[in-house]
Write a protein of this length. Structure first.
Length: 83
């Protein structure tokens, strides 16, 4: 039930993340120290109430009025072997 997924990359210097950006904004991949993932996950038909607006990694997402229960999940993963 993954309906929406977004990835941002944490860039900075000396192992410290100063901001998160989409892939097309990364100019030097050796400065990526973390990855932030965001998802909208949908449940079974008839399980929801009708919330149609979600925010995933600062992006507004509107979903159909189809009575599916949805949850948003966001996680940040530090890259331990970043150069």
């Amino acid at each position: 039930g993954v309906e929406f997924m977004k990835v941002h990359y944490g860039i900075g210097a000396n192992g410290l993340v100063t901001r998160y950006v989409p892939a097309n904004a990364v100019s030097d991949w050796s400065n990526v120290y973390a990855i932030r993932l965001g998802f909208i996950i949908a449940g079974k038909m008839g399980s929801g109430s009708g919330n149609r607006s979600y925010t995933v990694l600062d992006t507004a997402v509107t979903v159909p009025a189809d009575n599916l229960l949805r949850h948003t999940f966001e996680m940040t993963i530090k890259l331990r072997n970043a150069s």
